[in-house]
Ligand binder design. Structure first.
Ligand SMILES: Nc1ncnc2c1ncn2[C@@H]1O[C@H](COP(=O)(O)OP(=O)(O)O)[C@@H](O)[C@H]1O
Ligand SMILES: CC(=O)N[C@@H](CCC(=O)OP(=O)(O)O)C(=O)O
Length: 305
């Protein structure tokens, strides 16, 4: 064999050993999370191209195959916005939540519980998993109450109650539905649309929805997949670890704003309910879920009690 051939063989062996090492390094994490519930919140901004969606679906199937109980809760804010635009329906956010009238909630349900939910289910099934699409209405999985928020009027500086319309806040979660799904070895994919006790349909912020499910299911991990590397400081640098106290201060001084507010508030709430690890990561990084679950360093922002 030529000298070149020898080098190629050696390199190939090295590459194989390195590959085996990576696979082997996953063992402690497989053991740590065996039979544990991991809730993955898949944000609308993290739903990129087809290749990224396939990588996400593959990661979820791998978690399931490794003995974990993954629960996917998805959003779809940008996709709802695009559909409302197409239909000429104006949409406005207050305190990070979409003001939702009767016409809007119909579109929200169609986009979230319809197309997005079924696309994720299909993607997981295409990778060899068995996913089932649900929303809060199925088996009364999540029942909500009308959300209320107060905001300071910038002109008068007076706090006012904001009417958000059909926006819900989880009131009860029925773990029996998800337990049954897990018993059948199915992967639940849940859309944040839910009934109120008044029988109306409500639009729920997907982060809040994921947090309620993670709390009720005593999840070990809650991952938020979004379109930024994690929580960023005022200079736009990634904050790798953030305590609850610091997170509150960053919300108060405006460093954390918009859609990051419900995300961080949900993290704080989930920690208080006993969820062990809460992380915000960039879903635009292929295989972000695997990197977070199966490596020590992970990526993104870890929120600590
Ligand atoms: N301090 C911050 N660090 C990171 N992102 C922030 C911060 N403050 C506000 N944001 C905004 O929050 C967005 C993520 O929330 P959101 O748009 O609701 O995403 P998703 O659709 O993934 O739930 C980011 O794209 C960013 O624009
Ligand atoms: C009340 C409220 O704001 N609901 C959200 C639900 C979707 C969502 O939260 O999607 P992301 O996770 O992609 O942001 C909305 O209408 O946009």
């Amino acid at each position: 064999m030529s000298a070149n051939g020898d080098v190629a063989t050696t390199l190939s062996e090295e590459a194989m050993v390195s590959r085996a090492r990576v696979i082997s390094e996953a063992l402690p994490y497989m053991q740590r999370y065996d039979d544990k519930t991991v809730v993955v919140k898949y944000g609308g901004h993290a739903m990129g191209d087809e290749a990224l969606a396939r990588a996400f679906a593959r990661d979820i199937v791998l978690l399931k195959q490794s003995g974990m109980k993954p629960i996917v809760v998805h959003g779809g804010g940008p996709q709802i916005g695009a559909m409302l635009d197409k239909l000429g329906i104006k949409s406005e956010f207050r305190a990070g939540l979409r003001v939702t009238d009767k016409a809007t909630v119909e579109i929200v349900e169609m986009v979230l519980a319809g197309s997005i939910n079924k696309n994720i289910v299909s993607a997981i099934n295409a990778e060899g998993g068995r996913a089932i699409g649900l929303c809060g209405k199925d088996g009364n999985l999540v029942v909500v109450e009308r959300a209320t928020r107060t905001m300071r009027d910038p002109d008068s500086n007076i706090e006012r109650i904001v009417d958000l319309g059909f926006v819900g806040e989880p009131k009860t979660v029925n773990p029996a539905v998800l337990d049954m799904v897990a018993k059948e070895e199915l992967i639940p994919v849940v859309a944040p649309v839910a009934p109120g006790e008044d029988g109306e349909t409500y639009n729920v912020n997907a982060d809040t929805f994921a947090g309620a499910i993670a709390g009720a299911m005593h999840a070990t991990r809650l991952l938020f997949l979004t379109d930024v590397p994690g929580v960023l400081d005022k200079q736009g640098r990634l904050i790798k670890e953030l305590s609850v106290t610091d997170a509150r201060a960053l919300i108060a001084d405006g460093t954390i704003s918009g859609g990051m507010i419900p995300k961080v508030e949900t993290c704080i709430d989930a920690l208080a309910r006993g969820v062990e690890g809460v992380v915000i990561v960039n879903g635009k990084t292929p295989h972000a879920v695997l990197l977070e679950i199966f490596t020590e360093t992970g990526a993104g922002t870890l929120i600590t009690p």
